[in-house]
Every structure is written in C-alpha cells, then in structure tokens.
Ligand binder design. Sequence first.
Ligand code: FMN
Length: 367
Amino acid sequence: MRTSLCDILGMEYPIFAFSHCRDVAAAVTNAGGFGVYGALGSTPEHLDEQLRWIDEQVRGRPYGVDIVLPARSLEDDHPAPGALEAMIPDANRAFVVELLDRHGVRLEAARSDAGRVSSKAAERELVDVVVAHRARMLVNALGPMPVDIVERCHDAGVRVGALVGTARHAEKQVANGVDVIVAQGTEAAGHTGEISTMVLVPQVVDAVAPTPVLAAGGIASGRQIAAALALGAQGVWTGSLWLTVVESDTGPALKDKILAASSSDTVRTRSVTGKPNRFLRSAWTEAWDQAGAPAPLPWPLQMMLTTPAISRIMQLDEPALVTTSVGQGVGLVHAPRTARAVVIGLVEEFVDAAATVAALLGGAAPA
Ligand SMILES: Cc1cc2nc3c(=O)[nH]c(=O)nc-3n(C[C@H](O)[C@H](O)[C@H](O)COP(=O)(O)O)c2cc1C
C-alpha cells in the first residue's frame, strides 16, 4: 500500500485519520497511519497541550493538524467586538432554548463557554502552535489556504493540505502553494459539497497532477482504499471510521447510535454551523427541518448560536438530541475496535481486494 506520499511524510500506510480526539490521532500514527488532530475551536494554549501530549506518544512518527479557516466570513465585514452576537435574532435563541427544554437539557451559564467558537483570527493563532511542534502537515477546510500561511508552514518544513469538493477549488489551492489535496465527496462527514467521491477523485487527480491527492468521503474498508488508489489517489483521508474506536472520547449513547446507524441515517444540514455539514440524523437535525423552525443563520452566526448547546448535549450524551458529523460510511461500521485493529484490518482487506482484482483479470494474485 506504500505510495510516494508515505516517503514524503514518513508513514507506513497512506491512511489519514481525522479526529478531534488526541488519543485517536496518536493511536493511528503509532499503528503506521497518519493521525490528524482536529483543532477547530481550540485555544492556542489548549492546542499546545494536546500537541505536546501527541509528541510524547508518537515519538517522532508523523501526524498532522487540521484547522477551519473559511475564505469568506461575515466577520470580515463586521469586525467590531459584539457585532456578530448582535446579529443573532432573539427568536433563534429562543428556538434553541425551547428545543433543549423539550429534552430536559439546561444550558448552564458556567458551561456556555465549553466549546470555543472558531473565528478566523482564532484559527490563525493556531498556525504558530502547529509550526512550533513537530506536526508534519497543516490542513485547512473551507476555502483556499491563505498564501502567507502556506509560506509560514513551508519555511518551518511543514507541508500544507486542503480539503476540496470540486476540481476548480483544487486548482486554486495548488495555485496558492498547497502540497496535498484532499478530494472530499458528498458522502463524507462534515462540510461537504454535492459531488460523490467516485466522481470527484479522478477529476481532481487530473486537474492538479502531479500534486498528490487523497480520496475522502465514505471510505471505511480496504476495498474502498484499493478503489481510491485505482482512481489515482495516493492515499485516503477518513473521519467517521474513528468515532467508534476504543480510544475515541465519543460518549456511550452517541457511540451506540453510530454503530447502529445505516448509510441512510445521515443528513446534510445547516443546523449546526450554517454551512452544509453531513451529520447523524437526530432530534436536533429534525427539529431544524420542521415547518416553523427558523432558517439556519450564515456562518459563523449559526455556530455561535449552537456551540454552547451542542457542547452541552455532547457533555450530557443526551440520547435523542446527541449527534455528530458523520458520513454515509457509517453503514459500514458496526462494532468497536482499537485504532490499531482498524488500520491493520484496512491494510489486510486492501491486499485481498488487490488480489481479487488481479484474479478477476486472470493475472496471478499477489502473494
Ligand atoms: C466528528 C467529525 C468532525 C469533523 N470535523 C472536521 C473539522 O473540524 N475540520 C475538517 O477539515 N474536517 C472535519 N471533518 C471531516 C473529516 O476531516 C473528513 O474529511 C471526513 O470525515 C471524511 O469522510 P468520512 O467521514 O466519510 O471518512 C470531521 C469529521 C468528523 C467525523
């Protein structure tokens, strides 16, 4: 399974694992893959602490960090302190409180800052922490990576990656100096476009060659990794797969819901961040789809409105409301395993798939 990207970044298998849980990122790196710590909403101090811990665990093995820096945001036009808060209608605030009330969830004032709302300025501050640690790659979602950040990373020997949902976006990223493109299909967890992985990956590979491309969206098996490499990708970028591993900090009720879910149980919703984001269907996502519900606000207002509520729901692991970004690949995972077992399983299944294709074509199966 080794591709040239493994030589560039220094891992054994081109399996990238996105996770907001540091234990998962470190475990995947230690199993021969490439863990990526999701830093959205971190303070620089928190990120520094997490990366210090990961550095201790992985002892020089490679890992990355992901930030979320949107190309355009309302904050560009309304920089005054408090200006964005004032734009959240009272009716939307009341809707969230009533929804929580119906499920017996109270927003405690002391916990309202439990999740830090990401802003462009806050995410930029994280870049300094990433380059100060031994992260091998910084990845951004939501728009072209600013050229000054690319240059700052390159000066520090850190590669730069970016998530894209169209070939045109991939070309823009490469024009800005990005080293690795993550072509993420609509099946994926998180902010997604509308083009499926199978259709998107070959387009992106052709558009940005020879820049390495990772296939993302719905990948949860070695068979799909074989397919991704056949499409021209140099590896795979995965997220949902790691929510239910033993090391993950996902709450028990949410873990059970994810393991029981089918591929039809996800929905692209604006109800969490204001941008289309694939989530597990729950009482939260359904409430925002009901007649009479307010329309979700634009980024970052919706996130400012919902972050304290979602943090509280996650903290309580409230069974009806609890939800998470998750992709359609959720229907391929039904039992918890360690991160190492998942990595080894992916590699073994990949080898079997390659042998099956060779046999299908009448060639000798690889040993
Ligand atoms: C719980 C969760 C949170 C995510 N949050 C982010 C994020 O903050 N930044 C980001 O770039 N991608 C985020 N993603 C998307 C992943 O980076 C990845 O692209 C996606 O999960 C791949 O599709 P898959 O889930 O089908 O494997 C998240 C994914 C999950 C499962």
